[in-house]
Design a protein around this ligand. Structure first.
Ligand code: UDP
Length: 395
C-alpha cells in the first residue's frame, strides 16, 4: 500500500499534510505495545497504522507483551469491570496482574522515543520509563469504571506523559494531559476495499447462506458485551413478520478467554432455527468484508462499546445499521441520519423491520453513513492526530 493511493479518497492536501508532519518526526522511533496481534479493534488498527506510519517515513514498531491464561482471565475481568459490569476483583487478581507485569518488565525492551501503550494489559511497563515519552491509549469506555480497577490503574497512569481516549464522554480527571482521538478504519485494507460480486457470492455459498432472503448480520468477537443473545432475540421478533436470515460471525482473540464459552451459549440458543448462521471465522478480512457487503442490515447491539470499528466498517460500505446507543457508537450513528439507534431488544427488532420494509430509506441512511465515516473516521485523520500528538510531546 502506498500513501499516495489514498489521494483519490481523501484528497491531495490531506496527504501533503501527513508527509509534512512525518518529516518532522524523522529520527524518532514510535513503539506500540499491546497484548494481541489478532482479534479485536486494537490489533485491527495497529495492523494498518504501523505499516502506514512506516510508509510515511516514521520508524514505527509494534511489540506484544506475554501473558498466560490466568493473566488474561484477570485482564478480561478488568475489561468488563472498566466497562461498568459488576465483577469481583480480588487482591489475588491484582497480584496475578503484577506478576505478569514483572515478567514483562524483565523481557521487554522499551526502546521507543515514544512508547505507546494500548489498554490496561501492558500499563505497568511504565515502570521502565527513562528519558523517553510514554503514552497510555485507553480503547475502553471508562465513563463509569469499576472503582477498584480504576484506582489500580491510577497507580500507573500519572507517570505517563499523556493519555488518549476515544470519545469526550470517556475523559477522566487526570493529573496528566489527555487527548481525545477517535479510532479509524482503513478504506484500502482487505477488510474495507471494494470486492467483486463473485467474492461476495462465494462467501455466502461457503456457509450455505441463501441470497433470496434478507440477511441481518452482526460481526463481533463472542463477548457478552456484544450481546449476541440479544441479537438472536431481536431477529426472532423480526422473523415473525419477515422471512429473513441472521449471521452472527466472529473469531476469537488470544487475550479474550471468554470467547469459547459465549460461542457455545450462542450456538445452543441458535440451534432450533436453521436461518441463524453462527460462524466461528478464521482470521480472514476479505471474508468479513464479503459478509458485511452481502448483508441487508448490519447490527451492533453492544451493551458497552469503546468505539465499535465494526460500525464504521459497515457504514463505509454504505450499509444501513441498527446499533445500540452506547460508548463510541454514538459518535458514528446519528439517529435517523446515518443509521438507527436502539436501546432494547424490542427497539432493535422494530428498527430492523423498518429498514427491511423501506429499502429506499435504508439506502439513504447507508449513504449518509458512508459520508460521515469518510469525513471523520478514516485512517488518514487518525494518522494526522497521532503525529500531532507525538510532536506535542516535545514542546
Ligand atoms: N473482527 C475480525 N474478525 C472477527 C471479529 C471481528 O477481524 O471474527 C474485527 C472487526 O472487523 C473489527 C474488529 O475486529 O475490525 C473489532 O473491533 P471493534 O472495535 O468493533 O470491537 P472490539 O473487538 O475491539 O471490542
Amino acid at each position: 500500500m502506498h500513501i499516495n493511493d489514498y489521494i483519490p479518497i481523501v484528497g491531495q492536501s490531506t496527504i501533503d499534510d501527513l508527509k509534512l508532519l512525518a518529516e518532522r518526526l524523522k529520527g524518532k522511533v514510535i513503539q506500540h505495545v499491546n497484548s494481541t496481534s489478532v482479534g479485536g479493534g486494537v490489533a485491527e488498527i495497529l495492523n494498518r497504522m504501523v505499516p502506514l506510519l512506516g510508509e510515511l517515513g516514521v520508524d514505527s514498531r509494534w511489540d506484544l507483551i506475554k501473558g498466560g491464561s490466568q493473566f488474561f482471565d484477570v485482564t478480561k475481568k478488568f475489561h468488563n469491570a472498566l466497562h461498568g459490569r459488576p465483577e469481583d476483583i480480588t487482591d489475588h487478581d491484582l497480584e496475578i496482574f503484577m506478576e505478569t507485569t514483572e515478567t514483562n518488565l524483565g523481557l521487554m525492551n522499551t526502546y521507543g522515543d515514544v512508547v505507546f501503550i494500548h489498554d490496561p494489559q501492558p500499563i505497568g511497563l511504565i515502570k521502565k520509563k527513562a528519558g523517553n515519552k510514554w503514552l497510555w491509549r485507553c480503547h475502553i469506555d471508562v465513563s463509569h469504571p469499576h472503582k477498584k480497577v480504576w484506582d489500580f490503574l491510577m497507580s500507573f497512569i500519572p507517570n505517563y506523559d499523556a493519555a488518549v481516549f476515544s470519545s469526550p464522554i470517556f475523559s477522566q480527571r487526570l493529573p496528566i494531559r489527555q487527548y481525545l482521538i477517535s479510532p479509524s478504519i482503513d478504506p484500502l485494507s482487505d477488510k474495507n476495499k471494494e470486492l467483486p460480486q463473485e467474492v461476495i457470492d462465494a462467501a455466502l455459498a461457503k456457509y450455505n447462506i441463501v441470497k433470496d432472503k434478507p440477511i441481518i448480520t452482526q460481526i463481533s468477537r463472542f463477548d457478552r458485551l456484544k450481546d449476541p443473545s440479544g441479537v438472536i432475540d431481536a431477529y426472532l421478533q423480526v422473523k415473525r413478520y419477515i422471512d429473513c436470515q441472521l449471521i452472527l460471525a466472529g473469531g476469537t482473540a488470544t487475550d479474550d478467554p471468554e470467547g469459547i464459552q459465549v460461542l457455545a451459549e450462542v450456538q445452543e440458543k441458535a440451534k432450533k432455527d436453521k436461518d441463524i448462521h453462527v460462524l466461528l471465522l478464521p482470521q480472514d478480512d476479505i471474508l468479513i468484508n464479503a459478509l458485511q457487503r452481502a448483508s441487508d442490515v448490519i447490527v451492533q447491539k453492544s451493551l458497552k462499546e469503546g468505539f465499535g470499528l465494526t460500525v464504521a466498517e459497515a457504514l463505509w460500505k454504505a450499509k444501513p445499521i441498527v446499533a445500540s446507543h452506547v460508548g463510541g457508537i454514538s459518535l458514528q450513528v446519528k439517529h435517523k441520519f446515518s443509521g438507527l439507534m436502539c436501546h432494547s431488544i424490542e427497539g432493535a427488532a422494530f428498527a430492523i423491520k423498518q429498514l427491511l420494509n423501506n429499502p429506499e430509506y435504508a439506502k439513504k441512511l447507508g449513504e449518509n453513513g458512508r459520508q460521515h465515516i469518510k469525513n471523520n473516521f478514516l485512517l488518514t485523520r487518525h494518522l494526522k492526530e497521532y503525529m500531532l500528538l507525538f510532536l506535542s510531546l516535545y514542546h
